[in-house]
Design a protein around this ligand. Sequence first.
Ligand code: B12
Ligand code: SF4
Ligand code: SF4
Length: 379
Amino acid sequence: MNGSLPQCVSLKGVPFTSSIVDALAREAGFARGGVAALPPPGDPESAEERNRFEHWIATGAAGEMEYLKRRNEQGELLRTSVRTVFPWVRSVIVCLANYNAAQPRSIDPAPPSTGWIARYAWSGLRDDRDAMRPSDYHKVLLKRLNHLDSALHEQMGAFESRCFVDTGPLVERVYARYAGLGWTGKNTCILNQQLGSWLFLGVILTALEPEELTLPAADRCGSCTRCIDACPTQALTPYQMDASRCIAYLTIEKRGEIPEAFREKIGRQVFGCDICQDVCPWNRRAPISNDPALATREELVNPALDWLASMSEEDYAKWFYGSPVKRAKWEGFQRNLAVAIGNSKDPSLRERLENWAESEDQVLAETSRWALNQFIPKP
Ligand code: B12
Ligand code: SF4
Ligand code: SF4
């Protein structure tokens, strides 16, 4: 928006409060909305939070996700403070969209030789001809954020603002917590007491100062450690994740070979991982989403490995056009399938691996040879 505007408090005299934002967010199609104020009191950019992120990067937990490590000329990590990049920001509006589906959990018994695509990537919407096509939460949420942003401008007058879903230089979950929308679970996800954690976050950075302070949501994990105990790769220590060990990172973000030590532990996960949320007791009674833009594409629930492996590059592009699954890229998708097929030990899929083992794609060839080895009984 207008870069020269000063910071302001609601120009038209309408109070800028969490309850107004929540009402407008719901009108825009979100499940909830709230506001985190900065700077203090209740500062999401306190030294504690900034240090947490600095430390996380310093330990190498971000793996090869270079975009998380970007620094400015002064050497400051961009994501430790949203004001490093946007000095005018006085508050962050956070909105939640529910993507929970009635479908099974990744930890439930499943037909043999099926893989798992993470729930957040099942989403689709019906087109004019009533056919289901992929939808991408980035686009869905961004449209709603823009709508909310316009509604706020109508009510409050001119102020500076920017909308982001995922791509902004900030750790969205920190602001969600300070906006009172949920607590950071031991699995590092934002958990809302009523909605659970199957939530997408979208943010609007604004130059508006909230007129009241929202308290961060209280931690309701208690003595539970189910997510930590269930994580196959031991990626979680309470409230911290070593993303370089996380199956979501390994199957979505990691390019090239997946380190051998993790391949068996990946099990049947082909894209992303839901295990630490599937075991969470707060998700047991989480309401099912009726969001038409985030409806479930049934074919992606427990998909047959054989079907996925039979896809050509064109099929992949067609089935996942506009879907988060495209993030893995074709090479990554095939590599992940080779791992999942190796773990399935399904003899009917062996031939596929034998072909892939001869592939010009060296990562696919090496992963397929590893996968073929999984068929050999271990002493
Ligand atoms: C990089 C990234 C990943 C990485 C790293 C994840 C991670 N835990 O950091 C990988 C690829 C592994 C990943 C996986 C997933 N992701 Co992701 N990811 C992101 C992204 C782009 C940046 C996150 C980041 O900066 N992480 C760095 C670490 C250090 O941050 P953090 O764990 O959130 O911890 C900070 C705070 O929570 C706080 N904090 C942590 N513990 C505590 C404890 C206390 C007491 C306090 C006060 C504060 C505090 O301090 C930390 C540092 O500042 C965000 C979008 C964004 N721009 O923020 C989406 C995001 C976090 N991902 C999201 C989703 C949906 C997923 C998956 C479910 C997808 C899937 N099924 O495969 C999984 C979930 C795995 C999990 N258990 O978190 C959603 C999360 C929604 C939610 N309910 O929390 C986000 C917000 C995207 C969105 N716009 O909706 N993701
Ligand atoms: S998403 Fe999967 S691998 Fe990552 S921390 Fe959760 S259970 Fe572990
Ligand atoms: S499984 Fe237990 S510890 Fe983990 S996030 Fe859920 S309530 Fe918290």
